[in-house]
Design a protein around this ligand. Sequence first.
Ligand code: CP
Ligand code: NVA
Length: 309
Amino acid sequence: MTIDTDDTQPRHFLDVDDLSEEELFAVLDRADEYKRAVEAGEDHADLSGQTLGMLFQKASTRTRVSFETGMTQLGGHAIFLGEDDIQLGRGEPLKDTSRALSRYVDAVMARVFKHENIEVLAEYSSVPIVNGLTDDAHPCQTLADLLTIREHEDGLEDVSAAWIGDGNNVAQSFALGCALTGVDLTIATPEGYEVDDAVLERARELGGDPTATTDPVDAVTDADIIYTDVWISMGQEDERDVRMDDFAGFQVSSDLLEHAPEASVMHCLPAHRGEEITDDVIEGERSVVFDQAENRLHAQKALLSWLLE
Ligand code: CP
Ligand code: NVA
């Protein structure tokens, strides 16, 4: 019998386009099922006896808690591995960490600084690696975002979204997710903070046609979704003064919302009120930010059970 060696390799989820369009929709549909199961109080211990390692080089509230809770609800177990609690913090190479973890756990979710670091984890892992955020990408966030848009817009067809602010990790994965699902996207950033050209090119290869602009009003006019994130991401704290100047005019405020009377407002959280978004907008009736946060749980459970089945 011929063994197809590709079948012996684990599937990793380093960015949204590691899934095909069909696979992405399958994960979203499974997330809907898990959400219904939680609401109905139905048992869904699909990962009974399985363990997720959760490696963190950066802080987290939502990612950490939603993955750990998700594994509990699926009948499995999750182990928090803070960088400074394991030998990685004392200089053990990532490739050794990855190979050792592979011998114990069924999957690893990792939040690291450089995107290349998650690629090293994946290269040396014999179990699926899930990107829980890198400097360049946040694909688990995108799964929850698409689930949220689908719920609030009654589908993903004919939806137009506007990204306002930094062309950062969240924006880049969102651009790929919009491209895969047919969501029309306009990205408004100050000059010098654009989404990487290579990411825009990948989005186009997926069939998307993201528009880039430096005009937030242009971007949000008649949009269905307005999405923003912090101006200073983890690891960029030294750039605070420059960034505060450069992002002036990119705040999601009630004035900006006047140009999109029907739009829902999204934010991956944590939010910095008074910087990228005003308090009245994030607390307002058009804000769906806590639906997004909840959907992290359902989307990631779906991703894990799909990767591990
Ligand atoms: N949105 C998000 O990833 O939140 P945390 O940093 O709290 O995990
Ligand atoms: N862009 C933010 C997202 C946090 C979830 C950061 O990287 O800090």
